[in-house]
Design a protein. Structure first.
Lengths: 352, 374
């Protein structure tokens, strides 16, 4: 009996995963068709890439908040590290790699590596903490990353890469280019991010997270989330597993940051501030902690919503807040929840 | 009853068919909400007055103006730009602030929609784009002009600079000011910074300027931090000469600001609301009547943008049924050749890279109002 329940549970889990993939793929195809047949407005087309980036951010943060059970308030910091390292490397590769999709892919990989390193370094002190303390320290690290990038200068000339902090002392030779210009961020970015790249990144992020969650490590994450003391007593290395989830999450966020930044011609560190961190946290909480599909849908809805409310001009953000509150209340309502569950075509009849 | 209804329907249909003659669709983005809203609102209000005046003249050139909120954020600015594109924008007013405008300017360039930004002043806005033009000075020029102005008027020898090191605008001006000041014979005795998040306490920066004996403090920043600097300097009994740039404009209309603090503050701005010429006075009077305050430089830039468009469109014999790309080609031709007279300057000309040439005006705050220095 218990064995059967376990199998059923796994089946339910698998259904959830396939449903997520199916919804994402279907949404991609629909958007692609609508976009190519001109049914989408410029406004919608312009939002496709940022929505993908925010979806990936939601998946990334869900790993930390939903699966590992720790609150991170500085996730935009990793997005920022990824955005700056990714864009800078894309600019450096401009001369050697002319194929734009390849350059974008490489830039995202580099962005993920840099963000993972940042995640690891930050993780060392942070993951020894728990609960509120951890949340506050991640918030502080998000601000530190913003501050560092606001004072960071990176240029390239014929003699190689030049770096300086606080003030620009790179003294580039003629023909050199100052890529990261402190508070001015990066200007003149080639817009090579595409909707397809965003879709591929989202699928990869989902695969990584789902595989991780349903592995031995993933069960360890959830054991730590549900009962830290019990998990420790059976010999789980808490810091190691927390670090694993944190670094993986940071890497995914970094790739999302690179995708996001390369959709605009300019990027500044101040874009990735506390508000952006909170926005991503709202996606995760609204979509349901640990629920990847929910987070993805929330990211799309909350990015499109303020644009659709433009006709209300000054009252736009007021209405946005009201809608947000209503959505939060509604999705937590038991009756609404059971109604939504009834719509799920994959729901099995309660036979047992 | 039915007759009345029929009449109403016929009237509605008639007015739809023979309604207002075709107008050029003019769109811009700016911060209409949030911390930088005062700039966006001013530019929009200024542009709206010009549009209404031009439409009331009943000439061939008519405008329909629409501003969308970008909350001073590049991502939102691109969204706002796309919303305007869906609306059918033919001519663009770019964005009001620098970073958002860099993002929308790239879209303007890709879509071949001509842009004339009232106030986005960073050099990267126009760089490499043949169809993006500025109505305001580019930031580096403000730094140069300030250094030369301070030196030529003999305002001070020892200068302190306080600037915001996470802000594009502040850095752009500071960089050239620091570069040009020694050439002009000024000595920079102190240079201190602040950033978002630590922009409420300036005692360290002010103490350093005071101990180093600065006679003049240069403030290349927007007016909110400047207002705090002035208040804190007074509290600590430090009274140097203050010199600001166009971002300082607006300090007098800031809510809760004690205007006496700004007494004697000098700033370099292309617009002077106290100017005696007829156009400026008419514009200022109309702005006061409609919005209840003295227009700042952003409002004047917005106003001039629309008139510059009006002049260029008339000279190019453009009509509203032309598409954006056709208008773009015509506007590039006009703006690189024409001379424009507006409230922010006489004999305004543009170079092919989109930068404007006009004379800055020195202003000083006296008795709670801006007064021309010359």
């Amino acid at each position: 009996m218990t064995m059967k329940r376990l199998i059923n549970l796994k089946r339910a889990e698998a259904r959830k995963i396939y449903l997520t993939y199916a919804v994402v793929i279907a949404a991609y195809i629909i958007c692609q068709v609508m976009s190519s047949t001109g049914l989408f407005s410029s406004s919608m087309r312009g939002m496709l890439v940022p929505i993908c980036a925010y979806m990936v951010m939601a998946v990334s943060l869900n790993l930390v908040v939903g699966i590992l059970g720790e609150l991170s308030l500085g996730h935009a910091g990793f997005m920022s590290v990824g955005a700056f390292s990714g864009v800078a490397s894309a600019i450096l590769m401009q001369g050697t790699i002319t194929n734009a999709p390849l350059r974008l892919a490489l830039a995202m990989v580099i962005a993920a590596i840099f963000a993972a390193i940042a995640g690891f370094l930050i993780g060392i002190p942070v993951l020894r903490l728990k609960g509120d303390y951890l949340a506050i320290v991640t918030l502080a690290f998000g601000e530190i990353i913003k501050s560092i990038l606001n004072n960071f200068y990176l240029g390239m000339d014929s003699e190689g890469i030049q770096i300086s902090m606080i003030t620009d002392t790179t003294r580039l030779l003629k023909g050199g280019r100052l890529i990261i210009r402190g508070p001015m961020g990066i200007s003149g970015i080639q817009k090579i991010a595409t909707f397809t790249a965003g879709f591929v990144l989202l699928m990869i992020a989902l695969m990584i997270v789902f595989n991780l969650v349903n592995s031995r490590s993933g069960r360890a994450f959830m054991a730590i989330r549900d009962d830290r003391i019990a998990a420790e007593s059976i010999g789980l290395d808490i810091t190691k597993y927390k670090m694993m989830a944190f670094v993986m999450s940071a890497a995914i966020a970094g790739a999302a940051g690179a995708l996001f930044a390369m959709n605009y011609s300019t990027i500044v560190a101040n874009k990735f501030d506390f508000n952006t961190s909170i926005l991503i946290l709202v996606f995760v909480v609204l979509g349901g902690q640990g629920n990847m599909l929910g987070g993805i849908i929330a990211a799309a809805v909350l990015t499109i919503l303020p644009e659709k409310l433009r006709e209300f001009s000054e009252y736009r953000m007021l209405l946005y807040a009201v809608v947000l509150i209503v959505m939060m209340l509604a999705t937590n309502n038991a009756e609404v929840k059971s109604f939504l569950a009834g719509l799920n075509p994959f729901r099995r009849k309660e036979a047992a | 009853m039915r007759k009345i209804l029929t009449c109403v329907i016929i009237l509605v249909m008639a007015s739809a068919a023979f309604g207002a003659p075709a107008a050029f669709k003019l769109g811009g983005t700016g911060p209409l909400t949030g911390g930088a809203a005062i700039y966006g609102m001013a530019a929009r209000n200024g542009a709206q007055i010009a549009v209404d005046e031009i439409n009331a003249m009943g000439g061939d050139i008519r405008f329909e103006l629409r501003y969308e909120d970008d909350t001073h954020d590049a991502e939102k600015a691109v969204n706002a730009y796309n919303a305007l594109k869906d609306w059918g924008m033919q001519l663009s007013l770019g964005s009001v602030t620098s970073k958002p405008c860099e993002a929308t300017a790239a879209e303007n360039f890709a879509d071949r929609i001509f842009a004339l930004t009232p106030s986005a002043s960073s050099a990267a806005v126009t760089e490499g784009k043949d169809n993006v033009f500025q109505m305001c000075f580019v930031d580096p020029n403000q730094g140069t002009a300030s250094a030369q102005y301070i030196a030529s008027k003999g305002l001070a020898k020892k200068v302190a600079v306080i600037w915001k090191n996470d802000d594009v605008y502040s850095k752009g001006i500071r960089d050239t000011f620091v570069e040009k000041a020694p050439e002009a014979g000024l000595e920079i005795v102190s240079e201190t910074t602040f950033a978002d998040g630590n922009d409420t306490d300036f005692s360290v920066q002010l103490t350093e300027a005071q101990t180093k004996g600065a006679e003049l403090v240069f403030l290349p920043m927007y007016y909110q931090p400047a207002s705090l600097i002035l208040a804190q300097a007074q509290a600590m009994g430090y009274a140097p000469k203050w010199f600001g740039v166009d971002g300082m404009d607006g300090i007098l209309t800031m809510e809760g600001f004690d205007k006496s603090l700004a007494e004697g503050v000098m700033l370099l701005t292309p617009f002077n609301a106290d100017a005696k010429d007829e156009r400026t006075q008419k514009f200022v009077a109309e702005y006061k009547r409609r919005f209840g305050e003295v227009p700042n430089q952003f409002a004047a830039d917005g106003y001039d943008c629309v008139y510059a468009y009006c002049q260029a469109l008339a000279q190019a014999k453009a009509t509203p049924d032309m598409d954006a790309a056709t208008l773009c080609a015509k506007m590039i031709e006009q703006f690189t050749t024409m001379t424009f007279n507006g409230v922010t300057g006489e004999n305004v000309r543009w170079s092919a890279n989109g930068e404007v040439t006009k004379d800055p005006k020195g202003m000083v705050i006296k008795g709670g109002v801006y007064v021309g220095l010359d």
